[in-house]
Ligand binder design. Structure first.
Ligand code: MN
Length: 503
């Protein structure tokens, strides 16, 4: 991913009190540093934890929180109470904390030393009740909470902590992020609309609209040498069909798309944008619907969605940051069509053109085909299939009084047969818990046809993300039962009507 996430780190803080005396506090500090070293060396965390402070007074806690709020590198706090830290000390700090916080409920020793355990040991290793005191204060203050319980050397504990960190880095990334929208919403489409003021207030990103002519101006000024360079890169990275290669009778179309790619990239770079949308209804001055260009830019880390869908473009960028450094990719996706064979039902996901090659199985093929709608020149596009395995689709919808993040866990499967006539990239999956329940729950919840699709992260990462944003989170997964799911949507309606956490 070329468009890297902002440089970030997480601050580890340990709570205690002076009652224990300096010797115990030194030990607490030492243990904290050993834990951090172990976590950082575990190979699972996306960025480093830094030991920030052993906190024993309300003033020190308030000061630490001020510092965390103001430090752009700090993506969040990881808090642990090795000993007892009376939680009234934390009120002043926690009520002002603006960064995400995870409560790591762990213990320095994995095993109890049964034959030597004495009261000194008991007084040092008190997370079992020290963390409960801290937990009470977070609950009492109605703070968004994330808790991971388990020994710090345990792989699952580290993976779960890493998942929360991935969510927090994406959350931090959205602060001040900018998305460009070429053209408006596809006419009459409802789910891709939404309240941009509410979105900026809640999420921290802005969406700027442009006439497609603003982009065309940049595209037309792209140097031929840049077009040459990009075309050479295509030949290196993809199986380019002969007609599109240098000397082929459609090579001009490839150069046109390379020019569009370079133009959009320059436009995004100069405006500091981390994602964009297009719409096939507004292409004045562009020869073809950008297809390959969004595919390439998505693979570089840009958020993208078609038809003016700025919410999915922003979500896609967030998911790209969550998945940063992991082997699997993230793509814009659309539930396109169904295979309804009894007992073997599947969804074929795709789009008119714009699926990200970061989810490709094998080397993509670069092809040119006519586009069924739009009445423009034939667009070039990367064609590929996607690998099998557990994955998810995520959709961010505007419910009018709140945003809803809807996630469906899916089992991606190998494409059951060759697709010789399908001129677009695709993925095939089976929704959880089963085809019927997955589809019905998605539709009851108002989930969009556009999603972010990935096999890189699991739903808990998105759950943390929704919690940080203070928005509704609904999962359709292995344990989903339709009647309960429907009730949950109703209870949530009431919750967001009564609470201040809506728009
Ligand atoms: Mn679409």
């Amino acid at each position: 991913m070329k468009l890297l996430p902002k440089a970030q780190e997480f601050w580890f803080i340990t709570g205690s009190q002076h009652l224990y005396g300096p010797e115990t506090l030194r030990q607490v500090s030492h243990h904290s540093q050993q834990i951090i070293e172990g976590l950082n060396n575990g190979g699972r965390l996306p960025v480093n934890l830094v030991f920030k402070a052993l906190l024993t007074t309300p003033d020190a806690i308030r000061e630490l929180v001020r510092e965390a709020n103001n430090n752009p590198q700090c993506a969040g706090l990881v808090a642990w109470m090795h000993t007892f830290s009376p939680a009234k000390m934390w009120i002043g700090g926690l009520t002002h904390l603006q960064k995400p916080m995870l409560h790591l409920h762990t213990q320095f020793n994995r095993d109890l030393p049964w034959d030597t355990i004495d009261m000194d040991f008991m007084n040092l290793n008190q997370a079992a009740h020290g963390d409960r005191e801290f937990g009470f204060m977070n609950a009492r203050l109605r703070r968004p909470q994330a808790v991971v319980a388990g020994h710090w050397e345990n792989a699952e504990t580290q993976t779960r902590l890493a998942g929360w960190m991935r969510a927090a880095t994406a959350w931090q990334e959205w602060k001040g992020a900018r998305f460009a929208r070429f053209g408006d919403n596809m006419r009459q489409v409802a789910v891709t609309e939404g309240d941009k003021v509410a979105a900026e207030a809640r999420f921290g990103f802005t969406v700027d609209g442009y006439g497609v002519g603003d982009l065309v101006e940049v595209v037309n000024q792209v140097a031929d040498a840049e077009v040459d360079r990009i075309c050479a890169e295509y030949e290196e990275l993809y199986n380019v069909v002969p007609a599109l290669r240098k000397g082929g009778d459609r090579h001009a179309s490839l150069r046109t798309e390379a020019r569009v790619e370079a133009g959009i990239r320059q436009f995004l770079q100069s405006g500091n944008y981390s994602g964009f949308t297009t719409t096939f209804e507004d292409l004045h001055g562009l020869d073809q619907l950008p297809g390959l260009a969004p595919q390439r830019l998505m693979a570089e880390g840009y958020g993208f969605a078609a038809e003016g869908d700025w919410k999915t473009a922003a979500l896609l960028r967030a998911m790209k940051v969550m998945a940063h450094g992991l082997p699997e990719g993230v793509s814009f996706m659309e539930d396109y069509t169904y295979h309804m064979e009894p007992g073997n039902e599947m969804v074929l996901g795709s789009h008119m053109l714009e699926i990200c090659p970061s989810i490709a199985k094998g080397k993509p093929s670069l092809e040119i085909h006519p586009l069924g709608i739009g009445g423009k020149s034939d667009p070039v596009r990367l064609v590929f299939e996607s690998p099998a395995g557990r994955g998810l689709n995520a959709s961010l919808v505007d419910m009018g009084n709140r945003f809803r993040l809807l996630v469906n866990a899916v089992d991606a499967v190998e494409t059951p047969a060759p697709l010789p006539n399908l001129p677009v990239a695709s993925a095939v999956w089976k929704p959880l818990p089963d085809f019927r329940t997955g589809l019905e729950a998605w539709i009851l919840a108002g989930g969009a046809h556009h999603t972010g699709y990935t096999r890189a992260i699991d739903p808990t990462v998105l759950e943390h993300f929704a919690e940080m944003a203070g928005i509704e989170y609904l999962l359709i997964g292995e344990d989903t039962r339709l009647a309960e799911f429907r009730d949950k949507t109703r209870w949530n309606d009431l919750y967001y009507t009564l609470s201040s956490r809506g728009h």
